[in-house]
Structure formats: structure tokens, C-alpha cells
Write a protein that binds this ligand. Structure first.
Ligand SMILES: [Fe+2]
Length: 488
């Protein structure tokens, strides 16, 4: 028995050595042809197995090179909420610059692997050659191809599988895994939900990842996710965007998302050059202004219309403000959805200490929000939590028979500011990482804010009855969390 084991072990080592010689040679060849500009040194000693070297020497000085550099295999794969969520899938991903024939494949999901034998729809991606170098933190130049593809004509409320990749090599080598994805219903009155995140922004891999991951663990059947700006801190940092994609990983590919840009996605008046290449968001905003394409747009999801306002552009570019206002007015005027949510990064009314209300947004947007009775305004930027109504009497009542627009400010990352208890705020909290799940079923909307460990921090229900909305507060009977209680 012992002898047999010994023999087997020696054979295994021998085979292992042969394999490592061959595989090293293979990697070397690939390195020379694929990763242009990456020098490598060799320390051959004749046996081919005891040398130590790297084939990515140029990258070795960069601690997080895996988050930065693309390969031939797709990464940073994200599904975005398409214009028609019931019949479309819209995907975006990244490879190195050697992939020019990227493809999206979609099939109806099956119990077993048989979907691979059946009808697989295939769409060629639009490819954008892209490179950028983030200067402030001296990141290296990153050269990529970004690919975007949408597939139309799908069945509502149906579970599909999709994958992205290339047929350049046989088999699955250059493909993503098959992701499972369910289209929205095309019927009114059916339940759906979405998760709203305030700023992730800082220490995204270290400190934000648990928020998105535990939001998904708590609500795995959520239909889409919404990010209210400042997803990262430095607008063109490839490393920070790498952290954001890493943190969400397959969730970004499985649950479609929408995002509105924050001031940190901008540098002065310029949007990050990565925004449009790396997302496949609707291009249905104000016509003729390419700068706010995929930042100002509207999506419908069953009974809800969600509108993203690029409030940075709105705030800083007088010449585009009027276009956004006119566009928003026409979208709201023609809105046939039962529920309406606006998202923008800057809050109209700030809960933060040492910050002012945003007079420009209030002047230009508040009249439209009131006129068209927008239900929710979902915002970020203030690194604190607040939820209420501007017309609040702050009665502390649990029931209000004629509720107005609900404004919320939230934060999902670790950067924390202090807030002030203002009249409009019904529930407030500092120093708390949160995500909100909003569930809509016909005339009823439920909103719940949770911490990453699943503690309920705020909740309310809105019910539409004729022309009015009944607000029922379900605020947990726990003290307001204050930063001073945790930091001094
Ligand atoms: Fe911000």
C-alpha cells in the first residue's frame, strides 16, 4: 500500500514537472504576444521548474493590478435597466484591446444545461477603444475595449441566461459565465422591488462591498438597483472603478442597475470619461446634448417611472439647465405610470451640518416635483441619512392622509457627516451605512432602510387612494444614531 502510494506520488510529481515546463512555456508565449510592453526576466537553470520569475513584472509594482488591467476574458460586466425592461437586456463589459468581435448571447433559462443545445440568440457588441490614465494617484495607463450590447424582443417576466465574450477561441475560454436574468412584467399591478444606495465613494472594496453583498443576500429577488451618485471618489480612477465592479461582482451582471452621476464622477464640469463607455444606460435624455447622454434619462419599470437628473451638469452649466428642465417637464407631463421617482445626487434640501440647501435645484425642480406630484426624490451627497416631506408639520403621527413628495438622502459607504434635525425630516441618522429596499405593488409602496447587518432603521408605506396618498410611518422604536455616540 505504502509502495503504491510512493510510486503514484513520484509519478504525479514527474507529471507535474512536465506540465509546469509546458505551461510556463505557454504562458511565456502568451505574454510576449498578448501583454504588449510587459517585460519579463527569466532565471533558467536547466530544469525549468525551480526558477522564480513573473511574466507580469511591469504590473508587479502595482499592488492592485488585477483590478486595473483587462484581459481577453470579459470583466466589469454590468446589466443596466433598459428602456423597455420587459423585453430587453442591456449589458456592458470590458476586455483588452485584442477583442474586437465581442458578442452577447441570450437563451431562455432551463432546469439543466439543455439551453445550450437550443435557440441561443446572439448579438454583436458595439466596441469602443478606450484608454485613460488617472494622474492624481499616479495610476498607470490602462488600455481597454469597452463593449455594449442590447437584445430586444424578449418575453416579459421570463428568466433568461446570458453571457458575453468572444468566439476567437473554442469552448468557454473567452466567455463569461452564464448569468441568470429575469425580465420585468408587462402587466400593471404586479409586485416588484428595487434597492437604492446613497454614496459608496470611499474605500469601496474595503468598506462598501459588504453593503451591496448583504443587500443582495437579504433581497435576492430584487428587480433592480439604483445608485444615487458618487459611486467612487476620483472620477477617472481606474482602480476605484475596478473596486466598484469587484464589490458588486456577479450582482452587477445579474440585477440590472441604474446610476446617476455625483460630483465625484465629475471633475469641474467634465464627466468621467469612463461613464459612457462602461455603462449601457438609456440614451433618451434631452436631445442633442451628448455630454449628458446616459446621465439624464428616464426608465420605466412596471408601474414606476424613474428619472435621473444629472444635477452636476444642472448646477454648473447654465446653458444645459434649461434643456434638462424642459425635458423633465415633458417626461412628467406625458407620464402614465402610477408611481414616479426622481434620482439626483445633490439633495434639494440638505440634512447635513454646515451645508446649504441647493437653491438652484429648488428653484428649477421643486415646481415640477410639486406640479406633477412626484412620489419619491432619492438623493445622496450628504453622507448621512434623512427622510421626510418638505411640508412636514413634524407631528410625529404614524398616519397622514394627504402626503406629499418624500425626499430621502442616504449613504452606503463609510464616509460620514453629521446632520441637523430639521423640520422636514421625519427620520434621521448619522454614522450608519444603509441601503433602502422599495417595494411597489399596485397602489402601495413600501420603503425600508436597512443597515448591512440587516437592522431596520426606517420604514414607511404610501398608499394611493384617489387623488391622495396615505403615509403610514413605520419608524422602528430605536434611538437616532449620532456620530458623536460612536466616535468620541
Ligand atoms: Fe457628492
Amino acid at each position: 500500500m505504502k509502495k503504491v502510494f510512493k510510486k503514484a506520488t513520484i509519478s504525479a510529481i514527474f507529471l507535474g514537472l512536465i506540465f509546469s515546463v509546458f505551461s510556463c512555456n505557454n504562458i511565456e508565449k502568451k505574454t510576449e504576444t498578448e501583454t504588449e510592453g510587459h517585460s519579463h526576466s527569466h532565471d533558467e537553470n536547466g530544469t525549468g521548474h525551480s526558477h522564480s520569475h513573473t511574466h507580469y513584472e511591469a504590473n508587479d509594482t502595482i499592488p492592485a493590478h488585477k483590478l486595473l488591467y483587462p484581459s481577453k476574458v470579459p470583466d466589469r460586466i454590468i446589466a443596466n435597466v433598459p428602456e423597455d425592461a420587459a423585453t430587453m437586456i442591456a449589458v456592458n463589459w470590458r476586455t483588452n484591446q485584442q477583442i474586437n468581435n465581442a458578442v452577447l448571447e441570450v437563451a431562455v433559462a432551463t432546469d439543466g444545461p439543455e439551453f445550450q443545445l437550443g435557440d441561443i440568440k446572439s448579438v454583436n457588441a458595439k466596441t469602443e477603444v478606450f484608454e485613460n490614465k488617472h494622474v492624481k494617484h499616479n495610476e498607470p495607463l490602462v488600455k481597454t475595449n469597452y463593449h455594449s450590447a442590447s437584445i430586444t424582443g424578449l418575453e416579459p417576466k421570463t428568466t433568461y441566461v446570458y453571457r458575453v465574450g468572444s468566439n476567437e477561441l473554442e469552448g468557454d475560454t473567452l466567455w463569461s459565465e452564464w448569468f441568470q436574468y429575469t425580465t420585468a412584467s408587462d402587466k400593471t399591478g404586479e409586485e416588484f422591488s428595487f434597492i437604492y444606495f446613497g454614496d459608496a465613494q470611499n474605500q469601496v472594496k474595503s468598506m462598501w462591498s459588504r453593503v451591496i453583498r448583504n443587500s443582495y443576500r437579504k433581497f435576492p429577488s430584487v428587480d433592480f438597483m439604483l445608485h444615487a451618485g458618487d459611486l467612487i471618489n476620483d472620477h477617472d480612477s481606474n482602480l476605484q472603478w475596478g473596486e466598484w465592479f469587484y464589490s458588486g461582482s456577479f450582482i452587477h451582471a445579474t440585477v440590472p442597475s441604474i446610476m446617476t452621476p455625483g460630483n465625484h464622477e465629475y471633475k469641474d464640469t467634465t464627466l468621467t470619461p469612463l461613464w459612457q463607455p462602461q455603462f449601457n444606460l438609456p440614451k433618451n435624455g434631452p436631445k442633442g446634448i451628448n455630454e449628458i447622454s446616459e446621465t439624464t434619462y428616464a426608465v420605466d419599470y412596471q408601474d414606476l417611472k424613474v428619472i435621473s437628473i444629472d444635477c452636476i451638469n444642472f448646477d454648473r452649466k447654465d446653458e444645459h439647465r434649461e434643456a434638462q428642465v424642459q425635458w423633465l417637464d415633458s417626461i412628467l407631463k406625458n407620464n402614465t405610470k402610477k408611481w414616479t421617482a426622481l434620482t439626483m445626487h445633490f439633495p434639494l434640501y440638505t440634512p447635513a451640518q454646515k451645508r446649504e440647501d441647493n437653491a438652484v435645484l429648488i428653484e428649477h425642480l421643486k415646481p415640477l416635483i410639486d406640479k406633477y406630484k412626484v412620489d419619491l426624490v432619492l438623493q445622496g451627497h450628504d453622507h448621512t441619512y434623512a427622510r421626510g416631506q418638505i411640508s412636514n408639520k413634524k407631528s410625529g403621527v404614524t398616519l397622514m392622509s394627504d402626503a406629499g413628495t418624500i425626499y430621502a438622502v442616504s449613504v452606503s459607504g463609510p464616509k460620514m457627516y453629521e446632520s441637523t434635525d430639521k423640520k422636514w425630516i421625519e427620520r434621521r441618522g448619522e454614522f450608519t451605512q444603509l441601503f433602502q429596499i422599495i417595494t411597489i405593488k399596485n397602489n402601495k409602496l413600501s420603503y425600508e432602510a436597512y443597515t448591512p447587518i440587516g437592522t431596520l432603521y426606517d420604514a414607511f408605506d404610501l398608499t394611493k387612494a384617489g387623488n391622495k396618498k396615505i403615509l403610514k410611518n413605520r419608524i422602528p422604536d430605536t434611538p437616532v444614531r449620532l456620530k458623536s455616540d460612536y466616535t468620541r
